[in-house]
Design a protein around this ligand. Structure first.
Ligand SMILES: [Zn+2]
Ligand SMILES: [Zn+2]
Length: 314
């Protein structure tokens, strides 16, 4: 073979290899549902939310995404904004903010993130939770704490806006923050955070091995759901109108992760989950619960369809 032909063959081989690699990569965005588990066999646990308990959504911002980014089988043509919405729970035993969304300092905090994430993220600010609470005339002394679904940047940006208010989290998430990492830098760079570690003193709850009953009345029960981060949790909330929510954090980015048992695409699992196998186990647990109680409102932190069923704070 002449030298030029060798070059041609080499180039063709490289093109085929690249094509194969590209095809293999794209296939990781295709559907691959997990085997559906048996529905959870037990009953709902009783809850006695006081009549004056309430929950509100506080939309702080969003990222423009597509469904393909969120779960396998999602379409690249399906525009699906990834919302950052804090939830305010008001309760006679002290109010809680579940996650904080994008806070007042998001623009400067954002520069802390790795360039690889920044180029993929176009956030749009709606308003910091602190500003929205102030505008509504909310009395901040009623705030007992900020309960984190997990410590990633888009959930903790607003912690700095509530100096002194306790940040409630399990020890494993506290350790995750202390270990340092690109995605927890917002909270690790916040001065004088008042961390309060809670234990899972309660027994099994809806198929999860242990639980923490925040108010002692069953209205807000937290269970460990590690994998996305070591101390990720799911919060089961029961409101006085009997509606039950599963605030699943980033266990799934959109509810199809649970309803269709579609994991995050491979690259997202690699970059964003500390233990994808644990995420899978907890998706299966949560799916078993959702099948048994289809009236339960699934509220992944970034899926507007769940949190939008809570009223706006006014
Ligand atoms: Zn996250
Ligand atoms: Zn998130």
């Amino acid at each position: 073979m002449r030298r030029r032909d060798v070059l041609k063959v080499a180039l063709a081989a490289a093109a085929v290899a690249n094509y194969s690699a590209a095809a293999a990569f794209l296939s990781t965005y295709g559907p691959a549902p997990l085997d559906r588990p048996q529905p959870y066999q037990g009953q709902l646990r009783p809850a006695s939310p006081p009549p004056d308990m309430a929950a509100f959504r506080i939309p702080t911002g969003l990222n423009h995404r597509t469904a393909a980014f969120a779960y396998r089988g999602g379409a690249f043509s399906d525009q699906r904004d990834s919302v950052s919405t804090a939830v305010l729970v008001t309760h006679p035993r002290g109010d809680l903010l579940i996650d904080t969304g994008l806070g007042r300092q998001i623009d400067s905090q954002f520069l802390l993130l790795p360039a690889s994430l920044r180029v993929l993220t176009q956030y749009r600010k709606i308003g910091a939770a602190a500003d929205q609470l102030d505008a509504a005339g909310y009395d901040r002394t009623a705030l007992r704490g900020m309960l984190l679904t997990h410590a990633h940047w888009d959930h903790t940006s607003g912690v700095a806006d509530f100096p002194g208010v306790p940040v409630l989290l399990p020890q494993s998430e506290r350790d995750f923050i202390a270990a340092g990492g690109a995605f927890t830098q917002f909270i690790s760079n916040t001065a004088n955070v008042n961390y309060q570690v809670y234990d899972f003193e309660g027994g099994p709850y809806l198929g999860f091995p242990k639980s923490h009953d925040v108010y002692g009345d069953g209205s807000l029960v937290v269970v460990p759901a590690p994998g996305h981060t070591p101390g990720s949790v799911i919060t089961f909330m029961t409101l006085p109108d009997t509606r039950r929510f599963a605030l699943v954090g980033d266990l799934a980015w959109q509810r199809e992760g649970i309803t269709d048992l579609e994991e995050r695409p491979w690259l997202a699992r690699l970059q964003d989950d500390t233990d994808p196998r644990q995420v899978r186990d907890n998706l299966l647990r949560m799916s078993a619960v959702a099948q048994r109680f289809p009236e339960m409102i699934l509220a992944p932190a970034h899926d507007a369809r769940g949190v939008d069923q809570l009223p706006l704070l006014s």
